[in-house]
Design a protein around this ligand. Sequence first.
Ligand code: ATP
Ligand code: MG
Length: 246
Amino acid sequence: MQREDLEKTLVLIKPDALNNSLTGYILSQLSEFHTGLHFAATKIVFVNRILAEEHYAEHVGKFFYPSLLEYITGCLHYPNEPWKRRVIAIIYQGADAIKKIRGIVGPTNPHDARDQKPGSIRSLGSVIPVLDASGKVIGDRSDNLIHASANPEDAEREIKLWFMPTDIPPLMRNYPVETINEYYYFKNNTIYAEYEPGSICVCAPGDLLWKSDLEAMRLLVQGLQAHCSVNAVVAKYLINKEDNVK
Ligand code: ATP
Ligand code: MG
């Protein structure tokens, strides 16, 4: 397979799409028939706080950030049905995957999508006022049904945030991987090399990791600076695993 054929992008079918029963429609819009792309991985994810914060880290401090976390965790669309809070995470692969999917997805704001790209997936979304604690409108929130990686750097970061190498068939992987010989544990935002009471074992000898995660963990465990945060490395190991991580 040619390298360009291995281009990958992360798609998240968000809680509003699930709530509006648009999953089948979205999957058919993104199907191989329309895009020429292939599934490389998929999973149903309960989005805990750590994963939500890491995924949208670039928006920290913006007025819509708190509502964005509430949105992606499913709290907004399933306030009384926590068991329905989930997103469908998919990796699509193929030549020009990022651009092709962003084109079908459309502009971020559903009003813009309806104006500029009628028929795009986000043209079916909603724009909802965001209120402050006193009930005053401070802006709008875009409930836009779907996330799609914006560029190759974002795609790599996002894919490694949501998926482990073993979630992807071996011949479809294109980021370096390494088998580890050590244990790593996680508790309270910290990585440990030995078991701490109450910690979660994130990986053990023989596990296959993203090489970049392994490099980060080897620095973080010594209290040194790495290219990403502890939470960015461990988030994928906590997916659907740890009920206490809200
Ligand atoms: P996504 O990352 O979800 O695919 P995007 O890349 O088109 O969307 P981003 O700028 O990354 O847009 O914003 C992430 C999400 O934050 C958007 O999907 C939207 O829900 C929300 N958002 C972005 N900009 C605004 C804004 N100005 N006002 C309100 N919400 C916004
Ligand atoms: Mg984005």
